[in-house]
Design a protein around this ligand. Structure first.
Ligand code: DAH
Length: 339
């Protein structure tokens, strides 16, 4: 019996030593120490031994079991260490390898200008107003004192959805919506997309962006309008920028003007950006027409106000020196990356 146990021990130790991995080691454990393992079977068969032999064989088996368990444990540790070593070797990080390039986007030039303009007017106490792009003709035209025979109302110029619903051709309808829904004093700007039935070329697009401004209060004058626009022009285009008004006509303002800014590239001497003029046309503006105030339930005897509106693309093109408007919509990353 002792010899048998000795053989079991020898074989087991040899197998443990030669085990190739944790799985094989586990199989060995089961084979020798498991419920039906060779050593366990000997313990079970102790009944057949003489009372003198029992304690001797019993303690021998226990001793061998302890020894095998110890060896298995050692071997396990060994495997674990080998595994860690293998991982360390294969999962090594080469800090000298070039990193993966992350393509970070940036704001579109139009969005940048919109944000700059918003910032400037918020600084002057304005609120940002919003209105629908699919608009009622009433707001786009009628309430803005734009009569039925005005050329802007022609289907050549405006995208109609039905006879009285259209894609807004200007941000001015937001003026009417704000006036109807709030009491003066009103100080808002409204940035947004507008639509006109223009064919695409270097300076036209059927969709473009405008920013509208409106101030209504007691005793608002043309001087307030000019001061506001001058302040805006300086902040947006540079402190040296000058502004000039030219008489113009808009149905919703009286008097109306177009405002030009001194060229911020050449300072007024004449260059490519201002096409030799020294001035760049910036926006349309004027004092809100009494008919518009009345149409929006504001008493023109008590309140007056000014309004202005300009194209964002035009400013972006001038400011960034972009010569073809189409570039702004083509979404060519090589172009957009430059701003
Ligand atoms: N809505 C005009 C346009 O699209 C721009 C404009 C002119 C807006 C004068 C105004 C204004 O508010 O007072 O050409």
């Amino acid at each position: 019996m002792k010899e048998k146990i000795g053989n079991i021990k020898e074989n087991a130790l040899l197998e443990i030593n030669n085990a190739k991995d944790a799985k094989e080691l586990d199989e060995i454990r089961v084979r020798y120490l498991g419920k039906k393992g060779e050593l366990t079977l000997i313990l079970r068969g102790m009944g057949a031994l003489t009372p003198e032999e029992r304690p001797i064989i019993g303690s021998l088996v226990n001793q061998v079991r302890d020894e095998l368990e110890e060896n298995i444990e050692l071997k396990e540790k060994n495997f674990k260490q080998l595994e860690i070593k293998r991982k360390l070797e294969t999962e090594k990080i080469d800090v000298t390898m070039p990193g993966k390039k992350i393509n970070l986007g940036s704001l579109h030039p139009i969005t940048q200008i919109m944000n700059d303009v918003k910032e400037i007017f918020i600084g002057m106490g304005y609120q940002i107003a919003d209105g629908p792009e699919v608009e009622l003709a009433t707001y786009n035209f009628d309430k803005l004192n734009t009569p039925a025979d005005h050329p802007a109302r022609d289907i050549q110029d405006t995208f109609y959805i039905t006879d009285d619903i259209l894609l807004r051709s200007q941000t001015s309808p937001v003026q009417a919506r704000v006036m109807e829904n709030s009491k003066p004093p009103i100080k808002i700007i409204c940035p947004g997309a507008v639509y006109r039935s223009d064919s695409v070329d270097a300076t036209h697009s059927p969709v473009f962006h405008q920013i509208e401004g409106l101030v209504i209060d007691k005793n608002i004058s043309m001087g307030d309008l000019k001061g506001t626009l001058e302040m805006f022009a300086k902040k947006c285009l540079g402190e040296k920028t000058k502004i000039r008004f030219r008489p113009h006509h808009f149905p919703f303002t009286e008097p109306s003007a177009e405002a030009d800014v001194s060229c911020f590239v050449c300072g007024g001497k004449g260059c490519r950006v201002c096409k030799g003029e020294g001035w760049i046309e910036l926006l349309g503006c004027g004092m809100v027409h009494p008919n518009v105030l009345r149409a929006c339930n504001i008493d023109p005897e008590e309140y007056s106000g000014f309004a202005f509106g300009f194209g964002v693309e035009r400013i972006a093109m001038a400011k960034f020196g972009i010569e073809d408007m189409r570039l702004l919509y083509e979404n060519d990353v090589r172009f957009l990356k430059q701003f």
